[in-house]
Design a protein around this ligand. Sequence first.
Ligand SMILES: Nc1ncnc2c1ncn2[C@@H]1O[C@H](COP(=O)(O)OP(=O)(O)O)[C@@H](O)[C@H]1O
Ligand SMILES: [Mg+2]
Length: 250
Amino acid sequence: MIEFQHISKAFDGKKVLDGVSGKFEQGKVNLIIGESGTGKSVLIKCIVGLIRPDQGSIAFDGRDFLNGSKDRTVGVRKEIGMLFQGGALFDSKNVEENVLFPLDMLTDMPQDAKLDRVNFCLQRVGLSNANKKMPNELSGGMQKRVGVARAIVNNSKYLFCDEPTSGLDAKTGLLIDELIQELTYEYDIATIVVTHDMDSIVSIGDYILFLHQGRKTWEGASADIFHVDVEALKDFLFASKLMRMAKPQA
Ligand SMILES: Nc1ncnc2c1ncn2[C@@H]1O[C@H](COP(=O)(O)OP(=O)(O)O)[C@@H](O)[C@H]1O
Ligand SMILES: [Mg+2]
């Protein structure tokens, strides 16, 4: 379980996160939702250690992540998988090399064991035999699958996905959401998905944290979200529904 308390962050005197607390449990898909520019990406960057918050505490299964020893921080980092906004594969590396990358960086596994693990993960995301393909030869959905394989290749206990369905048509986005959800349950991962995609909000998500202007304005179960009397959340959901109608359906 990831627990974070009172996370605040300002850039150039402008407060982007204002005392955000929450917890993300193992074996659950946890959504962070909210309109564009409200601090969702900054929040997960703080949690994974890419941005240092001005205030707050973060613990991964009881291990203090901000003030712990270097060894502990490195230990936690090895257990984090990330699927970045936009997919962000290395364009000059083929699929296999992209998925190998975290194993090369973080482990001293022998090469054949690494390749076995890469092949297992590629197969799991439905991409067997794509090893030698270059990213620009793949569709947007396949690129995301490679990103997912790379994010779980290190047996990640914690999986962070920033807008995993952005740029995808509705049907492909749904398949990616389903894949992320299946992996979460199958491997008992604490998964965090940042999204403002209405399809994702209605189809995955065991716990939802709604950020509004840098504050946690609502949290709860996805089943409850449409019955909540929080003005900012209702506005957000309404706007998302309009966006969904405008989205290409493949
Ligand atoms: N490294 C940075 N330096 C300065 N401002 C930033 C930085 N990262 C994000 N911001 C600002 O913080 C706010 C929240 O950004 P972000 O978390 O990316 O929003 P979103 O909810 O769309 O993911 C935005 O106003 C953004 O411009
Ligand atoms: Mg963002």
